[in-house]
Ligand binder design. Structure first.
Ligand code: 5GP
Ligand code: ZN
Length: 138
């Protein structure tokens, strides 16, 4: 999927309507059409980039500063107790729209949103091996 048939590029350019929360020269922020809580917002860079690791460090810095500002406003507006910032990358990770985006999800204690976290323990020695493998790829 390229910028021409990208639903988020169409939202950024105004071809598809959205409930806009914020925009400037770097990002466009709008309410998710399928919210998991009131105020669930998507923040996207205006430039079409498919995944987190394809964005430049400079852009990521610019996006992060907007995320902080928008998250603070969402907390104030919704009275949420906390929030998640979520960025799905790749189909296996739940990315459906191939334009980099960050979900800001307002949370309340016991709301049941994202309540499955299937944590487990590494067998002896496995953590060191995986950490070493990752270090070698940096
Ligand atoms: P993903 O699973 O790719 O991280 O999330 C994509 C999100 O985009 C979903 O939560 C979905 O509800 C939202 N979405 C998809 N199409 C539209 C749309 O046309 N308008 C808005 N506002 N949100 C959309
Ligand atoms: Zn796009």
């Amino acid at each position: 999927m390229d910028a021409n048939d990208c639903i988020f590029c169409k939202i950024v350019s105004g071809q598809i309507p959205a409930a806009v929360v914020f925009q400037d020269e770097v990002v466009f922020a709008f309410l998710d059409i399928g919210p998991v809580s009131d105020g669930h917002t998507l923040v996207v860079p205006k430039e079409h980039i498919d995944k987190f690791d394809r964005a430049s460090p400079q852009l990521l810095g610019q996006v992060a500063s907007r995320l902080a500002k928008i998250a603070a406003a969402i907390q104030k507006a919704t009275g949420c107790e906390g929030y998640n910032i979520l960025c799905n990358n790749g189909r296996a990770a739940g990315q459906v729209v191939n334009h980099l985006h960050f979900h800001i999800i307002p949370r309340k204690t016991g709301d049941g949103v994202i309540d499955r976290w299937p944590a487990y323990k590494y067998p002896a020695g496995a953590a060191e091996k995986i950490a070493d493998k990752i270090r070698k790829c940096l």
